[in-house]
Design a protein around this ligand. Structure first.
Ligand code: VGL
Ligand code: ZN
Length: 214
């Protein structure tokens, strides 16, 4: 595992993924334990100089919503022009309470909130690249222009948006860490174990917050 410089370094950023009401128990696509990690993310956030927040932000009728496909049910997988798409309950519709960041999330020094999944026809689990694997959100450019070379990811859901963001961060050349105890998973059909495997194979460092120094 690479040496970890101080978290206050301007070359390091914390990426807080999708800590939004719809992914919290009681929400439309609740991730078990999603609320439990919020205080830990707040404490971690204080230790980083650079904090970036990702927000799932879908237009009404989004292609990832099961009701957008007559006869289909949530959690079925369908074929869209860009490949396989898991269908979800309607969630994180832009400008609705479910899409808001969790009220207890406290990251006052975060400088960027990057919204994703805004294209009606394309999903985007990743905060870097949409599911067509071509359209970028601009996040890699933002980080690179600011001299950031190392990212730590936390949030929801570990086996979807955190994993895809971490894989894309790695592909874009960032030293990439996922702070596992500050994430929670949906775990659909073994997706958690598969995600851990994929991240490890890709060279993403999976750590616990207790091993963070600085
Ligand atoms: C997510 C499913 C659909 C996530 C977002 O944040 O992991 N999962 N949209
Ligand atoms: Zn979504």
């Amino acid at each position: 595992m690479p040496h970890q410089p101080s978290l206050q370094s301007s070359r390091i950023a914390l990426l807080v993924i999708d800590v939004q009401n719809d992914f919290i128990p009681g929400g439309e696509l609740a991730v078990p334990g999603g609320d439990v990690i919020v205080p830990l993310i707040n404490r971690l956030g204080e230790r980083f100089k650079q904090v970036i927040i990702a927000q799932d932000w879908h237009p009404p009728g989004h292609a990832s919503f099961a009701p957008s496909h007559p006869g289909r049910k949530p959690y079925e997988v369908i074929q869209l022009p860009y490949g396989e798409q898991t269908l979800w309950p309607i969630h994180c519709v832009r400008d609705t309470p479910g899409a808001q960041l969790h009220a207890d999330l406290h990251l006052p020094h975060a400088q960027l909130i990057i919204r994703k999944g805004c294209n009606p026809d394309i999903d985007s689990y990743s905060a870097f690249k949409e599911a067509d694997r071509t359209t970028t959100t601009g996040l890699a450019g933002y980080l690179k222009e600011r001299g950031i070379d190392t990212v730590y990811l936390v949030g929801l859901a570990l086996d979807f948006c955190v994993m895809f963001s971490a894989l894309d961060a790695r592909t874009a050349g960032f030293n990439t860490f996922v702070v596992m105890d500050a994430c929670r998973a949906i775990d659909l059909d073994g997706s958690l174990a598969a995600a851990i495997d994929r991240m490890q194979v890709a060279g993403v460092n999976l750590i616990d917050s207790s091993s963070l120094s600085g």
